[in-house]
Design a protein around this ligand. Structure first.
Ligand code: SAH
Length: 396
């Protein structure tokens, strides 16, 4: 694997700004940097040095980003040239060896910082690997990453999905297209246990499917028998299909994107269960306020609402609204699964929000479980921000 590293590529920290690197945090903020050597190419491997000259670690340089260096290794020794390829191979091997993933052919192979690869996500859908890159350092190594993924997986094709928001933030060119092999089919078929889903890797959200909700889908399937189910923010019907497969009496799926809802319809049909179905293209907030029937299983899985700390108050009010109206529509004994996908809203805060909602709804509830992302979405213990998904299982 080619890498570009030169002894002269050095980033010197401001005095007293070495704490986060010493604590192995993978993000070095621009504000902590005092000096940068001239002529370092975008994405190059740089040495991070304290103001006293101590070498603290190595990482990818992103001159256009507030996250000026994404650290890949700590300590004074430069990492091997093929560090990224080695970590990709390790990440893939770990998924292959994981018995908890045996029942599915759709797996997150690389989970960015969680696998020591900041800015790189790779998801496997059967014979296709779909890659999303959010950091300049990984963009600069795109070809080597493709080679490493192809070699580690033996997958027939690799496809890259652009992340335009990250591209703008970092100043690289967003690109969507084939990395190796043939262009993926418009619909890829994946299986999760007995569930079948069509995935649109070329035009769907993120890499096409929310792999991070697999465990919660399993749970919904187990909780569903006989239940009138409401799947809010349904996307392509991940939870709706799980409920139908589990024997729900009825499934209402609410989603604002027409394209996603169409695929939810296909997915429900393909799983051939005879739940009574109701697909609604609607704003989930408005739907919940207006609906007058009750449900026994309610899933609330909104898009990220607190991308930064400044958004937390507004997001908290939105989550509270959803939970309050959800509790009002919950039949006695109903299960409610509610999710927040932002590390700014962790389990403690989310539980407080749910409590506030229960007071406003004048309905008490039991907390049955706190949920998170599945085993193929590891977070590094060094990186609190990597734990972004919080779920609560409540019983009304
Ligand atoms: N539950 C899904 C993932 C949900 S992602 C799964 O497991 O696959 C959030 C979804 O909410 C997206 O599909 C997005 O299109 C949709 N969405 C965003 N705002 C919405 C709104 N106000 N009302 C309904 N759907 C919305």
């Amino acid at each position: 694997m080619t890498d570009f590293h030169d002894e002269s590529f050095e980033v010197v920290l401001a005095a007293g700004r070495d704490r986060s690197v010493r604590r192995r945090h993978p993000w070095l903020l621009a504000s902590a940097v005092a000096r940068v050597a001239d002529g370092i190419p975008v994405g190059a491997l740089v040495r991070v040095v304290s103001s006293e000259g101590e070498v603290l670690g190595f990482g990818h340089y992103a001159p256009g980003s507030k996250l000026r260096v994404r650290l890949l290794s700590f300590g004074k020794d430069a990492p091997a040239d093929d560090l990224v390829a080695q970590r990709i191979a390790t990440a893939v091997t770990r998924r292959e060896a994981d018995p908890a993933l045996a029942g599915t052919d759709a797996v997150r192979l690389v989970n960015a910082e969680g696998d020591g690869l900041p800015g790189l996500v790779a998801d496997r859908y059967g014979d296709v690997v779909c890659v999303r890159i959010t950091a300049s350092g990984m963009i600069a190594r795109r070809d080597a990453i493709a080679d490493a993924l192809r070699e580690a997986t033996g997958a027939a094709s690799g496809f890259e999905r652009a992340d335009p928001v990250a591209a703008r933030r970092e100043g690289f060119e967003a690109r969507t297209g084939v990395l190796w092999g043939a262009e993926p089919a418009e619909r890829l078929e994946i299986r999760e246990g007995e569930r079948r889903y069509g995935v649109d890797v070329r035009g769907g959200q993120k890499t096409g499917f929310y792999l991070d909700q697999r465990d919660a889908r399993d749970l919904v399937q187990r909780l569903a028998p006989g239940r009138r189910t409401l799947d809010l923010f349904a996307y392509t019907g991940g939870f709706a299909v799980a409920a139908a497969c589990g024997g729900a009496a009825h499934v209402t799926a609410v989603e604002s994107s027409e394209r996603a809802l169409a695929l939810a319809g296909e997915n429900l049909a393909a799983n051939g269960r005879n739940a009574d179905l109701d697909l609604q293209r609607a704003d989930a907030f408005k739907f919940l306020r207006g609906v007058d029937r009750d449900y026994d299983l309610i899933v609330i899985d909104p898009p990220p609402m607190a991308r930064t700390r400044r958004d937390v108050d507004r997001a908290s009010r939105a989550y509270k609204d959803l939970l309050m109206f959800g509790l009002r529509r919950a039949a006695p004994g109903a299960y409610i699964l509610a999710f927040a996908c932002s590390h700014h809203v962790g389990p403690g805060l989310f539980r407080k929000i749910a409590f506030g909602a229960s007071l406003d709804a004048n309905r008490t509830a039991q907390v049955l479980a706190v949920l998170g992302a599945p085993i193929d979405h590891p977070a590094s213990i060094d990186h609190l921000e990597g734990s972004y998904l919080t779920g609560l299982l409540l019983r009304a």
